[in-house]
Design a protein around this ligand. Structure first.
Ligand code: FMN
Length: 281
């Protein structure tokens, strides 16, 4: 893609010097993720049935983040649940942010080709991945670092994943099976039969545990949560655009019917995002 010259580009022929540091930073980040995943898996395997929190304490929050206080909200006990580790996220690419912005378009028709796990993991990380393991901070901003958002991945037949509703666990950069069985028919029905939702490789659902934010922000909760869903969804859309993956945010659905399909109790679904390789035309 030909873009207009960037007026902020450095004058020399070199691209941003910061890029030179990325491989080392990426290596360190991956080592950190591996360490964190190892600690989490050890906790899972301790046989005491302790659930693994999906975030670390937030800066300035008394007694840790809401996600930690509530044991990541509606997550069911982790002992019996099937878990899958995702490939470590990439922190570099050949496509600039400006190119991803310029190329982003809602995609509603998808090819039959499968999206690999690396890309699935990258999209989920873009939405809610941990980027500061010490403080539990994520790719998307959150009011008071309360992190009310949860991200589900709904698959029918993909990458050897059991058909069902999987939950992204940020701290592990992994997936945990919340509900087995193909739910896509119910989800399509909950969204006025929008065909788009049946066509993609997978559906990513962003939902929120209201109380994590309401505890601190009261009346401003609905506003903050809607803003946060927008931040997370836009991160995901730009990452998809950067990778050439098709996606569209879908907000038109019956909340109760979708919550039933996903077996959500306390969580409120906010967005459905079908993803897949775009159809040829
Ligand atoms: C809050 C919100 C809800 C949306 N809901 C739907 C939807 O239910 N179905 C759909 O196909 N597109 C939906 N869209 C996508 C818009 O239709 C799309 O962004 C718009 O047509 C502009 O096109 P573009 O995204 O390609 O720039 C939604 C977008 C937003 C921001």
């Amino acid at each position: 893609m030909q873009l207009a010259p960037n007026p902020l580009a450095p004058p020399s022929g070199r691209r941003l010097a910061r890029r030179d540091c990325v491989p080392l930073r990426a290596l360190l980040f991956r080592l950190l993720l591996l360490l964190v995943a190892g600690v989490s898996l050890a906790a899972c395997a301790n046989g005491h049935g302790e659930s693994v929190p999906s975030s670390l304490p937030a800066p300035g929050s008394e007694g840790g983040s809401a996600a930690q206080e509530h044991g990541s909200g509606t997550q069911s006990p982790s002992t019996a649940a099937e878990r899958v580790a995702l490939p470590a996220p990439q922190l570099d690419s050949d496509r600039s942010l400006e190119e991803a912005l310029a190329a982003r378009r809602s995609v509603r028709r998808f090819s039959d080709e499968r999206v690999p796990m690396e890309i699935l993991g990258q999209l989920l990380w873009a939405a809610q991945g941990i980027t500061d393991a010490d403080r539990g901070l994520r790719t998307s901003p959150s009011a008071g670092a309360r992190y009310p958002l949860e991200v589900q991945l709904v698959v029918a037949d993909m990458n050897n994943l059991t058909a069902g509703v999987w939950r992204y666990v940020p701290l592990e950069h992994g997936l945990r099976l919340d509900r087995a069985g193909d739910r896509r028919g119910e989800i399509v029905a909950a969204s006025s039969s929008q065909d788009t939702l049946a066509g993609g490789d997978a559906l990513i659902v962003i939902s929120a545990v209201d109380e994590r934010t309401r505890d601190r922000y009261g009346d401003r909760t609905d506003r903050y949560i809607a803003m946060e869903a927008g931040h997370a969804a836009q991160n995901l859309l730009l990452q998809a655009s950067s990778l050439g993956v098709g996606a569209v945010v879908v907000g038109a659905f019956d909340d109760d019917a979708l919550a039933r399909a996903l077996a959500l109790d306390e969580e409120k679904p906010l967005y459905i995002i079908p993803i897949g390789w775009p159809a040829e035309n």
